[in-house]
Design a protein around this ligand. Structure first.
Ligand code: BTN
Length: 329
């Protein structure tokens, strides 16, 4: 992922980006860029295939619509106040988590971020897959190399992520976001975001050295909707396309998460996580492989474990791991 010199397509995009909502004739663009009108047309087609909303009108030419929302590195940087991330945006990838894991082994360091428009093999928890269709979502992985308490208690990264993502959704969409223990974010009763945090352990010290934090957010309804098995459970955070929404969501999330992570805000993050819990007081099914058990959740404790009572009223604590839960009606 080397940064390359701008080609004619990128130069055209910069011009349109800097003048959203304004029409340019084919001739004007050709003169401005010093290329032929047929090259302009070819580049416009390429940009459209990447998701840019470019209108064409007789006698007026081409215009990048105000509402165009395409994930780009420069688009994300516009909304970041500092430069602490190495941001890489790709169109299609198998899995951003798998790619960042690979890059960590090749020497990339903390703050390396990969975002994609689409994943062909998106990974979810417990070996499941994560549906990651083109253009409607934000699929992002961040490499972390924790020190101090976080290296000893790496699970806090998932907690900080869930809180940062809920706050981001609320700030940018005005919708209330809740956490279904322990890594799903719900808006209006539907799952809109999943978090997959994967780490490697340094055996000698017993500390976690590399963490890949993966976040998949359904920003819009996918073109053609969700597949049947997801249609009742999956939701999205924006009904209509909005200017730069994906870039804003990525930047605001990165900033909020980074602030909690670098300051090691354990207590505040745990308290915020508990307050946003969707499960306290609810009946749940615990699913552990083929084993299922009905319980009632009475609390989320100070290590963010689930405190439940079983059908006999006996209390027990459930830690993270390969357990997943289902809310009962
Ligand atoms: C889950 O809901 O089980 C977790 C889903 C995590 C999905 C994200 S999308 C970006 C990153 N890359 C992946 O392959 N998975 C995570």
């Amino acid at each position: 992922m080397q940064k390359q010199k701008l080609n004619s397509k990128d130069t055209l995009l910069n011009l349109l980006e800097n003048n959203r909502g304004r029409y340019f004739s084919g001739e004007e663009l050709a003169n401005e860029l010093g290329i032929s009108r047929s090259m302009i047309w070819k580049n416009i087609s390429l940009l459209r295939s990447e998701g840019y909303n470019i209108s064409a009108a007789n006698n007026r030419g081409y215009c990048l619509e105000q509402s165009s929302d395409v994930l780009t590195e420069s688009g994300i940087r516009k909304y970041l106040s500092a430069n602490q991330f190495d941001i890489n945006v790709v169109h299609t990838i198998e899995s951003t988590n798998a790619y960042v894991q690979e890059q960590a082994l090749r020497g990339k360091s903390q703050g390396f971020v990969v975002l994609a428009d689409e994943q062909t093999d998106g990974k979810g928890r417990c070996g499941r897959s994560f549906y990651s269709p083109n253009a409607s979502g934000l699929y992002m992985s961040v490499l972390l190399q924790p020190s101090g308490e976080i290296a000893k208690e790496p699970w806090i990264v998932t907690i900080m992520t869930a809180v940062a993502m809920c706050e981001t959704i609320e700030e940018l969409t005005g919708k209330s976001a809740k956490i279904k223990w322990f890594n799903d974010i719900f808006v209006e009763g539907k799952k809109v975001c999943g978090i997959l945090t994967q780490g490697t352990l340094d055996i000698e010290s017993g500390l976690t050295n590399n963490i890949v934090l993966g976040v998949g957010l359904n920003v819009y309804k996918p073109i053609g909707g969700f597949p049947a098995e997801l249609s009742g459970v999956a939701g999205w955070v924006c009904d209509d396309q909005q200017e730069d929404m994906k870039n804003k969501l990525a930047a605001v999330f990165l900033q909020k998460f980074w602030s909690a992570y670098t300051q090691q805000l354990f207590l505040i993050s745990k308290e915020k996580y508990r307050k946003r819990s969707l499960v306290i007081g609810k009946k749940l099914t615990l699913i552990d492989g083929v084993k299922k058990e009905s319980v009632t959740c009475i609390d989320v404790d100070d290590r963010c474990r689930l405190v439940v009572t079983d059908w006999l009223g006996k209390e027990k604590t459930i830690s993270f791991g390969n357990i997943s839960i289902r809310l009962e009606n």
